[in-house]
Ligand binder design. Sequence first.
Ligand code: PLP
Length: 365
Amino acid sequence: MTTAPKLSFDVQQSHAARTPAERERVLAAPGFGQTFTDHMVSIDYTEGQGWHDGRLTAYGPLTLDPATSVFHYAQELFEGLKAYRQENGSIVAFRPYANASRFNISARRMAMPEVPEETFVEALELLVQTDRDWVPSTEGHSLYLRPFMIATQVGLGVNYPSKSYRFMVIGSPAAAYFAGGVKPVSVWLSQDYTRAAPGGTGFAKCGGNYAAAFVAQRQAVENGCDQVVWLDAFEHRYVEEMGGMNLFFVFGDRLVTPDLTGTLLAGITRDSLLTLAADLGLAAEERKISIDEWREACASGELTEVFACGTAAVITPVGSVKGVEGGWTIGDGAPGPVTLRLRDELMGIQYGTRPDPHGWVHKIC
Ligand SMILES: *Cc1c(COP(=O)(O)O)cnc(C)c1O
């Protein structure tokens, strides 16, 4: 963790904040990532000076020179986490320091400056405290927080990373990510495209990974599936991730999840579920799993459930698989008991209806 003098934030309240009635209309059906709260946080970075000009201002458009580096060379990264309104009225974030730490892992890979973890968390807290009325109270809803960083140097020189950056946090009230709640998704095994290769940026949460993924996601939909499953870059045989989520395979009371080889994104939900599995007496293994093993273990009945996990959609069951060589169903295609148990356990901690033995919940206000 970087030790730097504590950054202070200049607070400029919005003059265009929406009325309580307007806000309630949004909160009645927030969707996902469609509407934003009244404020945003920004901090600028200049080489030689470090982070400066922390501020909370009205949410609104940015004015940037067309030659700003981020538009051309995609030096950008982001995070995603949620603030939850708990039963007792407190608003909490789930493991925000884990996001801060991962943000800096991404920053190092993208040759961008690290944000001190305290500053990262203070920026989230400031936005959530200011816009606390935007944190939904409906069960299963939350305020999705999106910290991100862009390269702001103006110029097309491509030999060096930008010398200036902006870190920002915006917030968006969110319902369940996939319409239909815990309805199982169908997945397409991508043979044509690769998400990440060794030495690349697979472990970094950078926008470029997503830009390169849309074509495969579109192909999944063209093949009648909801989501794409990424395979390893060499053999297109070992399972890596599903879209922007990590995958778990349930063999009765044993969980298997692909190991973190550097081409996978190390999900905080994934990490939390490995811990919760141990608490619940489920064995958990991190290892390679091939599409052949997936198919054969489904056929023999050994593999009983598959689910994907991530902050936005929590835990989503996978019901069926399709690839160029055909497809198969997992179990009876319905959400399984281990999937639902882990989902209840995790959401119980996030919403404060269950004890939090690992101290994951961080009170904001
Ligand atoms: C963000 C992300 C995940 C999930 O990470 P969480 O910390 O659990 O939200 C998984 N895979 C990819 C590619 C991601 O970008």
